[in-house]
Each structure stands twice: as C-alpha cells, then as structure tokens.
Write a protein that binds this ligand. Structure first.
Ligand SMILES: [Zn+2]
Length: 134
C-alpha cells in the first residue's frame, strides 16, 4: 500500500501554491488509479498528467556563481601566501629555503612570516631561471 504523500502544485483552480493529496480512484470496489486533490480548495485533478505539479526549481545560477567566486578568491589568497611568492624564499638546485631562518620549505608552503615578493624581484627571478646554466 502506497503511503499518503503530499505533492507540491500550483493549483489551476484556486491559483495557490498548494499541495495535493493522492485520492484513490475506484471502479466499484476495484482501485483503478489515483487522482489528486488540491488541499487548499479541494479541486480534484483526474490524473497525474492533468495535475499542475510544481516543476523542480532549477538550481540558482547566482548562488552557483557566488560560490565559484568565493572559491577563486580563496585560491588566489592562498597562492599568494605560498613561500614561492615570498621575498624570503631562496631557491638553489637542491633545496628551497626560507631566507629568514634557513629552514627547508616547499614552494607550496604557507607561512605566517610571509612577505610578498616585489613584482620586480619575481620577474627578475623568472628571467634568471630561463638562462641556460653552464
Ligand atoms: Zn486549489
């Protein structure tokens, strides 16, 4: 036996955002199907096809975008706190160190002593890397 469930509709009879009750349809004593009755006005819809069920709300586009933006901002913020963007970050062929206390660091480490590398420094560093080593 199917449980009695309420379903959301926008009733075409009373215009309300309403719910329908499933009402069993009988032919004599034999159940031949279901109809749906608006709980606000009692209007009965003869079949599932004619019942103005609310279509499921599409996911909010704005909500989605905002969430993506937040993720992006967070990612950028994290990236710029990484050792590789810090002016104390020292790279040599085998290790990466923090110039402040000479501890070995990873480029992706983030540090509370982080100080943003100046743009010129960063560009100079990248240029050096491209030079062929002898
Ligand atoms: Zn109604």
């Amino acid at each position: 036996m199917m449980a009695a469930v309420s379903l959301e509709i926008v009733c075409s009879a009373c215009g309300a955002d309403s719910l329908v009750r499933r009402v069993p349809k009988y032919e004599g004593f034999k159940k031949i199907g279901e109809k749906f009755a608006c709980v606000s006005c009692g209007h009965e819809y003869d079949s599932e096809d004619t019942t103005p069920f609310k279509t499921k709300r599409a996911p909010s586009i704005f909500g989605e975008e905002d969430r993506l933006k937040k993720v992006d901002l967070f990612a950028i913020d994290e990236k710029h706190r990484n050792c590789r963007y810090c002016q104390h970050y020292v790279v040599n062929p085998f290790t990466q160190r923090c110039g402040l206390d000479s501890r070995i660091v990873q480029a992706t480490d983030s540090c509370d002593k982080f100080e943003k590398m100046a743009e010129e420094q960063k560009i100079a560093g990248e240029d050096r890397k491209k030079e062929p080593t002898l």
